[in-house]
Design a protein around this ligand. Structure first.
Ligand code: FMN
Length: 232
């Protein structure tokens, strides 16, 4: 069994909180894993060209190409996104739009696999998780846990964050809050989040090891939920 972690934050690892949560989950599964960051990757959104309909292989030529085999071969996923303008950030959205290639003609490439989703926001971490969970449902992937935390707004680093009245730091903390080590949110110091990440990793490992888990059974469960989703 191999687990693939995808960190959707476009920020470098040194500044990204979400990648550290993904890492903590992965290292607690007890399985072999690979963590890929989408930082610096060029991944366009799905163009709806339908060239993947015959063989479930996307024909667009960008950084998604080298990741396709890893996605196919993985038994489970840890997927993270970050809140940009109250929704899932663009590169992670594009990355998951491109999973459209796996959905054609009852291809079961992803069906019945398991996932943990992760999201961070400067104020509100939940919108990206809603989107990640929806993408998983559309691919009949079962999300078994979700971890959310507060991350650092970009304006903690831009140089104007203490005075800029439209910046997240100012909007959340008001005019008299200096930006320093104590006030910049750091998810790795948030015990609740890091413990939740540890537990999510153990849960994913336990479920993959469990005799009760099979992709066939999970596929059936997810297909019923998907069907009900479209009937609603
Ligand atoms: C373009 C942009 C838009 C953002 N919009 C929001 C927002 O609408 N709500 C929010 O809570 N945080 C917002 N943020 C803050 C990010 O969600 C926050 O920086 C988060 O910690 C990023 O995760 P990372 O540390 O893994 O990169 C925004 C940040 C950027 C750069």
């Amino acid at each position: 069994m191999k687990i693939l972690g995808i960190s959707g934050s476009p920020r470098p690892e040194s500044r990204s909180g979400s990648i550290k949560v993904v890492q903590r989950i992965l290292e607690n599964t007890g399985f072999e894993y690979e963590l890929i960051s989408l930082q610096g990757k060029t991944i366009g959104g799905c163009t709806g060209c339908m060239a993947c309909a015959d063989d479930n292989i996307c024909k667009l030529n960008d950084d998604m190409k080298s990741m396709r085999d890893k996605i196919v071969e993985a038994d489970a996923y840890v997927l993270s996104g970050v809140n940009y303008f109250n929704t899932l950030n663009a590169v992670m959205h594009s990355f998951l739009e491109r999973w459209y290639q796996f959905r054609h003609r009852e291809s079961d490439i992803l069906w019945g696999k398991l996932a943990v989703t992760v999201s961070l926001g400067g104020a509100n971490p939940s919108p990206p998780s809603d989107r990640l969970n929806a993408f998983c449902l559309y691919n009949a992937i079962k999300v078994i846990d979700n971890v959310q935390g507060i991350g650092a707004f970009g304006c903690c680093y831009c140089g104007y964050g203490e005075e800029c009245k439209v910046g997240g730091h100012y909007l959340v903390n008001g005019p008299d809050c200096p930006i320093n080590e104590d006030t910049i949110p750091d998810v790795t110091k948030d015990e609740k989040v890091m413990v939740a990440a540890e537990q999510a990793g153990k849960k994913l490992g336990d479920q993959l090891r469990s005799d009760d888990y099979s992709r066939e059974k999970t596929t059936q469960e997810m297909m019923e939920i998907l069907q009900a989703h479209f009937e609603a």
